[in-house]
Design a protein around this ligand. Structure first.
Ligand code: SF4
Ligand code: SF4
Length: 171
């Protein structure tokens, strides 16, 4: 995975990097703030919630925000995408930024446990307690995922161990 050269990135280069990492809607955002009104990240008081993150990226202030942990609080709930009047898909922009942060290993420690869970089970969040709940609603206790598929789990581990994340030393 190619590292991003943070120094001297122009506004256009930052926008291009966001688009290449999956945030194609970045140029559509008109800063109306509708997404913030429904966003748990904003409600929890994180400083760089969706709209502000997008503004920083639109204006090329990437180096200034690369270490900010707000993006790692995104719950992937997609409320922002539902409400956005410009179809900018802010959730995708937040995740594009997270990918860019990950490439720089600027990963919040709050993401370490989910990453370790992913390596161990194939789920970022997995609780044995879910078995009882699944049984209660008539589902098999174990989900039909990598949790019960050793081959799939090995593939996930191989991917993680050969990704830049391995440099974090948490696997
Ligand atoms: S997907 Fe992320 S950025 Fe969008 S509303 Fe949910 S928490 Fe906020
Ligand atoms: S992403 Fe959409 S909802 Fe959020 S500020 Fe931009 S235009 Fe408004």
């Amino acid at each position: 995975m190619a590292a991003i050269n943070l120094s001297n990135m122009t506004k256009e280069e930052v926008i291009k990097a966001v688009v290449e990492n999956g945030g194609a809607g970045i140029t559509k955002c008109i800063q109306c703030n509708a997404c913030a009104s429904v966003c748990p990240v904003a409600k929890a008081g994180f400083p760089l919630y969706g709209r502000l993150l997008i503004r920083k990226l639109q204006t090329g202030h990437y180096e200034q925000i690369i270490e900010d942990a707000s993006s790692w609080a995104c719950q992937a709930c997609n409320r922002c995408t539902e409400i956005c009047p410009r179809d900018a898909k802010p959730f995708e922009i937040v995740f594009a930024f997270r990918r860019m942060q990950a490439k720089e290993l600027a990963i919040s420690t709050s993401a370490f446990t989910p990453l370790m869970n992913l390596h161990a089970t194939g789920h970022a969040v997995y609780s044995e307690a879910s078995k009882a709940l699944r049984k209660k609603v008539g589902l098999p206790e174990e989900p039909l995922t990598s949790i019960n598929d050793e081959k799939a789990q090995k593939e996930i581990q191989t991917l993680l161990e050969n990704s830049p994340m391995a440099e974090l030393g948490i696997f």
